[in-house]
Design a protein around this ligand. Structure first.
Ligand code: AMP
Ligand code: MG
Length: 315
């Protein structure tokens, strides 16, 4: 994480244009939504998404919600369905997130989806969030704008207290309303409640005309990281490898001879941005994977967390 000067922008046309420009340049902007202030980065830019994790000091990679301005914008990135249409008509813009299969040519960084084949999308109702998304005309990945483990911010002053000097700008539009997170519904298979939130379960079931399956036989997904379907490579993974053994392919970091380099310069931000694409590519070969040591500081903590889970013994 490189310290930077944080600009405080008002939610007027000038501030919005500046905020959209910063996002376009791969920088981070905190902005109000109707739930909490989100820490936004361009979801198509892997290094911007990595910077979100670095600024928050998050110790692990969980998939992030892509915020878009309209149903039409959502349809550029996910495979739309009748159920999605019905729920979007009823609850968008608003605190409902839909998880849908990615569509071909989506262009979203695999760090947003944590390597999954699905994407969580939402159209926020806050007018400033709407205006920003319209100005950018692209998807914005945005978890809450607080350091990892601290409470979610509902004012620009909260964001300043936690992230000043770590992000490019805060778009200040006063306190946000609800403070409650979005409800997340999975529509990639059987409609499933993945996280309770601002839209009630009953209201969703009424609109769908059917019951929602509850995540993990009744266990609600309440905390990030509880995701069942986290991407795991098929091949075996060996960590802290200096050289290849046998048939292995080497996933390198820094100045090493290898089959795929996460970052030749030893840049952890770049390595994070490349991580899931690298695992996918190497996994496709069916050969065992060896991984260079990754320093365990900054984003290295989250990278190592992910690699450790990839290397853990399977059933
Ligand atoms: P936050 O951005 O902090 O509100 O958290 C996002 C939540 O959405 C996390 O609990 C994620 O696990 C969940 N999520 C995001 N993308 C997906 C996905 N593709 N499938 C299932 N859950 C997801
Ligand atoms: Mg949060």
């Amino acid at each position: 994480m490189i310290p930077c000067h944080t600009q405080y922008l008002s939610a007027d046309p000038n501030g919005l244009a500046k905020a959209a420009d910063l996002l376009r340049r791969g920088l981070l902007v905190a902005f109000p939504t109707e739930t909490v202030y989100g820490l936004g980065g361009d979801a198509r830019n892997g290094e911007a998404v990595a910077a979100i994790y670095a600024a928050k000091g998050r110790p692990s990679f969980n998939p992030l919600i892509a915020h878009v301005g309209s149903v039409k914008a959502a349809q550029r990135y996910v495979q739309w369905s009748d159920q999605a249409e019905v729920l979007a008509n009823a609850f968008w813009p608003g605190p409902l997130t839909l998880v849908l299969p990615l569509r071909d040519g989506h262009g979203v960084s695999s760090l947003v989806t944590a390597g999954l084949e699905t994407l969580a999308v939402r159209v926020p109702a806050h007018p400033t969030a709407q205006a920003l998304l319209e100005a950018l005309d692209g998807p914005v990945a945005a978890p809450s704008a607080n350091p990892s483990g601290r409470i979610s911010p509902t004012t620009a002053a909260h964001v300043r207290a936690g992230l000043d000097g770590r992000i490019a700008a805060v778009l200040d539009d006063g306190p946000c309303g609800v403070g409650l997170e979005s409800t997340i519904v999975g529509l990639a298979g059987t409609p499933t409640l993945l996280r309770p939130g601002g839209v009630e379960l009953q209201a969703i079931e009424d609109v769908l005309g059917s019951r929602l399956h509850l995540h993990q036989s009744g266990d609600l997904l309440t905390a990030p990281g509880q995701l069942q379907s986290h991407y795991a490579p098929e091949s075996s993974v060996r960590l802290n490898a200096q050289t290849r053994q046998g048939d292995e392919l080497l996933l390198g970091f820094g100045a090493v001879g290898c089959d795929y380099n996460l970052s030749v310069d030893g840049n952890l931000n770049e390595a994070a941005a490349n991580l899931f694409a690298a695992l996918h590519d190497l996994d496709k070969t069916g050969r065992p994977i060896a991984v260079s040591p990754i320093p365990n500081d900054g984003l290295g903590v989250a990278i190592n967390d992910r690699l450790k889970r990839a290397a853990a013994p399977r059933d």
